[in-house]
Write a protein that binds this ligand. Structure first.
Ligand SMILES: [Zn+2]
Length: 317
């Protein structure tokens, strides 16, 4: 590939069919950056978004196996009221990805492109004006996505540093999107927001968060565990009573058991349930059978199977 450094900020690389291409040198590259990581570059990929091209180098790094993470475990729930809720009670929030002015501009551009599309006759070519509108829309969307990814990168790095195990719900994205739209009998809540401006970002966000966490945790000797989330929003984390409809308002959980009566944030409650499931599953796996002390959690697992504390593994040469 013949990567060379031109100066502190710029490098150059030979790209097949394109020739010599300059790129902004934003990361330490093994074997090329003085004092950079030990390893080598095995490939490269050109990536395009609406802001332009970027090049991503594939590297193999020589790293020593991390020592087991000594930090506490944490449960993390994709909240209804907040983006990410931790069992510690913390809520990880972010602002809107676009400023008020940018959102207005995006709306205006979307209306404009609809007008331009409607005005175009059947079979007419797309005008340069219409194409320019699409480009402007794509750039705003790309800005929003970059900000979302940046937020995720920062949050996941912080989580992987602090916690030895991050317990998340075992959900696949199609199921999540299906629950967003709901059914005819019971339409989902917040459907308009979920399918609106940020739908592509929201759709990718959870999968990417777990993916980032998985390798960042593995790098630091931690792991990401997935547990079955079924019923975690209806169960009280303190007394483990499950009451249909105990999630009174979206953000508030009120335990229906008069002996317990815990009232608090619904997302925090769900995150604590995830952590509890992981802890009971781990304890159960160690004892090998459900003895009387573990009867509660074991019974719940029977109705909510698939508890898989899978250690996160990442190929590191
Ligand atoms: Zn309770």
């Amino acid at each position: 590939m013949q990567i060379t450094r031109i100066n502190r900020r710029w490098g150059a690389v030979n790209v097949p069919k394109l020739g010599r291409v300059r790129f902004r040198w934003t990361k330490d590259l093994p074997g090329l950056t003085k004092g950079g990581p030990a390893g080598r570059i095995t490939g490269a990929r050109l990536v395009k978004d609406a802001h332009g091209w970027s090049i991503a180098f594939r590297t193999v790094l020589l790293v020593s196996a991390p020592v087991p993470h000594a930090g506490p475990k944490v449960g993390m729930d994709r909240g209804i009221a907040v983006p990410l809720a931790l069992s510690t009670g913390e809520h990880l929030r972010h602002g809107p990805w676009l400023s008020g002015g940018q959102r207005e501009r995006l709306l205006r551009l979307e209306r404009k492109s609809a007008r331009q599309r409607a005005a175009r006759g059947k079979g007419d070519p797309v005008s340069n004006r219409e194409r320019r509108t699409y480009d402007q829309i794509a750039r705003l969307r790309a800005t929003a996505k970059r900000r979302a990814v940046d937020w995720q990168q920062q949050r996941t790095t912080d989580l992987a540093r602090r916690f030895s195990a991050i317990v998340v719900e075992d959900l696949n994205i199609p199921a999540m999107m299906a629950s967003a739209s709901g059914t005819v009998q019971e339409p989902g809540r917040g459907v308009a927001q979920k399918w609106g401006l940020n739908r592509s970002i929201a759709g990718q966000a959870w999968g990417r968060t777990v993916e980032l966490l998985t390798y960042k945790a593995a790098d630091r000797g931690g792991l990401v565990a997935r547990v079955d989330p079924c019923g975690t929003s209806q169960e009280c984390h303190r007394c483990h009573t499950t009451t249909k409809g105990s999630r009174e308002r979206q953000s508030r959980f009120a335990c229906k058991d008069p002996a317990c009566g815990w009232i608090g944030n619904a997302d925090t409650n769900a995150a604590r349930n995830l952590l509890h499931r992981y802890n009971s599953a781990a304890a159960w796996a160690v004892t090998g059978r459900g003895d009387s002390a573990m009867a509660g959690p074991v019974k719940r697992q029977a109705s909510c199977p698939t508890v898989s504390p899978a250690p996160a593994l990442r190929a590191a040469a």
